[in-house]
Write a protein that binds this ligand. Sequence first.
Ligand SMILES: [Zn+2]
Length: 229
Amino acid sequence: MNRIQIALAIALLTVARPALPDPLSDLRSFSAPLAQLYESNPAQDAQLRIYARSQDFTDPHEELAVVTHELIHIASAAHAGYWVHGTIYEGYGRTYWTGIEAGDVEATAGERDQMAAILNNYWERNPANDLGNVIDELNAYSETGGFVCKYAPARSGRQTGPLLGHLTLANAFLRAFRVRAPQRYAELQANPATRGILGSMVQQSYRTLANCGIRKIGHQEEIKSFMGW
Ligand SMILES: [Zn+2]
């Protein structure tokens, strides 16, 4: 090749090179608070990425979403308040949600179907979990799931499945409170902290699912009647 041909070949190479995925810059445009949460916790990155890959979250955007999901749990625990888009909300901790544990909850056949993605890992294996734990997952999945739906849509089911599952588990929890612990049910309804965080996390979950193309969500009647929607 002469010099002109070489220059031309290099130019073509530059044009033809596919853009490498840059999940962090995409996360910055998706949500500044999420990107900031990620960038302010470099010490946890390596370990959380190993965890993500061990769970077969291997797409680069998905892996970053899973790391950020875990950082949301860690930030919420550290503040003893739900970390939601960089703001800390009340209602976090076992004292708020006493009365019914996961082991007390019964689900209908339809609910069990809609909970398939979380049935074993999050419910049956954790009978001492409370409704506050379910809200923690609603928050983490709904803040990061939309990022996967947008940038790694082929992998979106592993976000929307658990998010739907936790919405369903929340529904079954509220039925258990209403039927088995009516006094506590009334207190959860009357307390602005518990009512507020439950309502806003459910709404945030609905918005994320809508952004992921899921608008019809079954088994939400207990949530609606608890909230008066
Ligand atoms: Zn989680």
